[in-house]
Design a protein around this ligand. Structure first.
Ligand code: SF4
Ligand code: SF4
Length: 87
């Protein structure tokens, strides 16, 4: 079974909360503790072990602020794939 890892580029985030709402695993939370210089509430990837690398958070983010890496659970050759709408 695949697992996932995400990178949130906080400089692009506008704090809309879509990533938190739509993550089917509940991995992303906006606690109110992290705030951008512009005053946006920033999400945190707090439940990393639950992430499946499904990419929903990245697809829902209107600011293209999230990169998703899917890690294949193949012991022989761990394959890391990158999903991103940026570059
Ligand atoms: S890749 Fe899927 S499981 Fe992982 S944080 Fe994003 S929406 Fe949640
Ligand atoms: S969906 Fe994108 S812009 Fe909205 S809170 Fe999440 S990372 Fe920020």
């Amino acid at each position: 079974m695949a697992t996932g890892q995400i990178v949130i580029h906080e400089e692009y985030c506008k704090g809309c909360g879509y990533c938190e709402v739509f993550c089917p695993q509940g991995c992303i939370v906006i606690t109110g503790e992290k705030v951008s210089p512009e005053g946006f509430l920033l999400p945190a990837f707090n439940h990393q072990k639950k992430c499946k690398g499904c990419g929903v958070c990245s697809q829902m983010c209107p600011e293209f602020a999230i990169e998703v890496y899917q890690i294949k659970a193949d012991k022989e050759r761990k394959k890391k794939t990158r999903r991103s709408k940026r570059g």
